[in-house]
Ligand binder design. Structure first.
Ligand SMILES: CC(C)(COP(=O)(O)OP(=O)(O)OC[C@H]1O[C@@H](n2cnc3c(N)ncnc32)[C@H](O)[C@@H]1OP(=O)(O)O)[C@@H](O)C(=O)NCCC(=O)NCCS
Length: 159
């Protein structure tokens, strides 16, 4: 895909390439830690490598400021009966703490939206953790709406 470039504040958004994997995984590990989730570098490296090897899984975008990767977004793609088409689950949107609130998350989200349309996705879904309510204004500005649903999970214990 062509790189998405944003002429705001030395930040450029692009697709994650295999050479970027280590830096992206480092950010994802930090994000998981912020969420209180322990995921190892090895585990997340495997996930990123799988997605980069087969775009049916979805896509990763990164935000670079100068040479440093300071933000990452991950969209997992699934076939949805509800939408009658493939949709994207925006599972991760993360900006390094020292670079927040200067437009990087918005630039990533804009690029995610553009990429979702390139993939002909019918919709983008996401969840906001109760402790990250502040992020809701960002999604409202982009036109997302809250669904009257709750999210449930049960681990298989296999991983
Ligand atoms: C949410 C996040 C990706 C936004 O990236 P960003 O570069 O800070 O966003 P922008 O500067 O483009 O937009 C600012 C908006 O981001 C959100 N935001 C900014 N700083 C934030 C922070 N520390 N925590 C949570 N959300 C924040 C707010 O919605 C803010 O809008 P507001 O100024 O009206 O409150 C980033 O702040 C982040 O990684 N936060 C921590 C993790 C998190 O809350 N993730 C939730 C994703 S569901």
């Amino acid at each position: 895909m062509p790189a998405h470039s944003f002429l705001m504040k030395r930040v450029s958004i692009s697709a994650v390439q295999p050479a970027d994997q280590a830096a992206v995984v480092e950010l994802l590990v930090a994000q998981m830690r912020e969420h209180g989730v322990r995921r190892t570098t090895d585990e997340l490296s495997r996930i990123v490598a799988q997605v980069l090897a087969d775009e049916q899984y979805g896509f990763f975008l990164q935000a670079r400021m100068e040479e440093r990767i300071v933000g990452v977004a991950y969209v997992a793609m699934i076939l949805s009966v509800e939408h009658g088409a493939r949709v994207g689950w925006l599972e991760e949107l993360y900006v390094a703490p020292e670079q927040r609130a200067q437009g990087i998350g918005s630039a990533l989200l804009g690029a995610v939206w553009q990429r979702a349309r390139e993939f002909q996705l019918a919709a983008l879904d996401l969840e906001v953790d109760i402790e990250h309510r502040r992020a809701e204004s960002l999604y409202v500005r982009f036109g997302f709406r809250r669904l009257p649903r709750s999210r449930w999970v049960k681990e298989t214990g296999l991983h």
